[in-house]
Design a protein around this ligand. Structure first.
Ligand SMILES: Nc1nc2c(ncn2[C@@H]2O[C@H](COP(=O)(O)OP(=O)(O)OP(=O)(O)O)[C@@H](O)[C@H]2O)c(=O)[nH]1
Ligand SMILES: C=C(OP(=O)(O)O)C(=O)O
Length: 301
């Protein structure tokens, strides 16, 4: 498939495009402790008296540079869903766990989907857009990426995620369970890392609906897989991702959430999925890789 360039279906965009402006840092995976409150996505919320970041760390991006308040972008401190960003006095304590495979092995069904684009670049861009959207959600306090790939760790840390190695090395569910165990003090959301259309407002709404006791999940667009599984603090996540995971999560007692949330349900496993995601509106990293100008169409905020 060549990169088919079509404008997003919707109109206004609520994407914080500053993610493209952030400068990364070479960081030892085991030493990254950055969270969204001191990461780049939070810089707009930090008082002006905050000391400048030390040389060699992340660049400070001011709202005007980031495009906030322009072209339908949300003003600082909001994600376009009516809530204010966590750390400014609202939002939940939700920790998002997001495992990513080594890029050489990741998204094998997608290999060759974009002519002339190195597969690893595309696989990374999907994760970058997912993480940036999660960090921009008013309901998310922290994003924890579980990965053994140094390039993934570096790129996601640069966005503001905390990164840990895949210590169990036992596949996707083991990685989710491990990440959740590190966030045991919080409610936890297990999020697929292949959601390049994800809009913060869709994720925020789903997480608000998941606020009841126990576990909740959101099925993918076809209805058979899972894009999001949540567990309240103190409740075991018990992830059952993989083929038929929607039914597996339902059987395990997790409650399905019924909202539309098209940007959340659109996971990208195949070239056809990528085409569907492109029609919906890709996030900035994936759009750039696909040679598409613009970013996710988050008109439903
Ligand atoms: N850390 C970690 N992440 C994983 C593992 N398996 C899958 N993932 C990630 O989980 C997300 C969803 O998994 P899949 O959709 O099955 O992705 P995938 O295995 O890369 O794709 P295929 O090779 O096409 O099956 C992707 O972002 C993967 O990178 C694993 O064993 N460890
Ligand atoms: C991991 C899952 O599926 P896929 O590999 O199709 O993304 C899932 O839906 O649980």
């Amino acid at each position: 498939m060549g990169a088919r360039i079509t404008p997003p279906v919707g109109g206004m965009c609520s994407w914080p495009v500053h993610v493209r402006l952030v400068i990364g840092v070479m960081t030892d995976l085991t030493k990254i402790t950055t969270n969204r409150r001191n990461g780049p996505s939070r810089l707009t919320a930090i008082p002006r008296s905050r000391p400048a970041p030390p040389p060699g760390t992340r660049s400070e991006i001011m709202p005007a540079e980031a495009g906030y308040g322009q072209r339908g972008m949300p003003v600082p401190g909001t994600d376009g869903s009516g809530g204010t960003l966590a750390g400014l006095g609202r939002g939940t304590d939700m920790g998002v766990v997001l495992p990513v495979k080594r890029l050489t092995a990741a998204k094998s069904r997608l290999r060759g989907a974009l002519t002339g684009v190195p597969h690893e670049r595309l696989a990374l861009a999907l994760a970058q857009d997912t993480v940036a959207a999660a960090l921009a959600s008013a309901e998310v306090a922290e994003v924890l990426a579980v990965t053994d790939d140094p390039a993934v760790g570096q790129a996601l840390a640069a966005l503001g995620a905390r990164v840990v190695p895949d210590v169990p090395g036992g596949g996707l569910n083991a990685a989710f369970a491990y990440g959740a165990s590190l966030l045991a003090h919080r409610p936890v959301a297990a999020l697929a890392a292949d959601l390049p259309t994800l809009c913060p407002a869709d994720l925020s709404e789903a997480l608000r609906e998941a606020a009841g006791p126990g576990r909740h999940f959101v099925a993918d667009a076809p209805g058979t897989g899972t894009v999001l599984l949540t567990a309240q603090a103190g409740v075991r996540l018990d992830p059952r991702f993989g083929p038929g995971s929607a039914a597996a999560h339902r059987r395990s007692g997790a409650v399905p959430l019924a909202g539309d949330w098209p940007s959340l349900r659109r996971d990208v496993d195949t070239a056809a999925d990528l085409e569907a995601a492109t029609r919906l509106g890709l996030g900035p990293h994936s759009a750039e890789v696909a040679g598409q100008i613009g970013s996710a169409s988050c008109s439903h905020t």
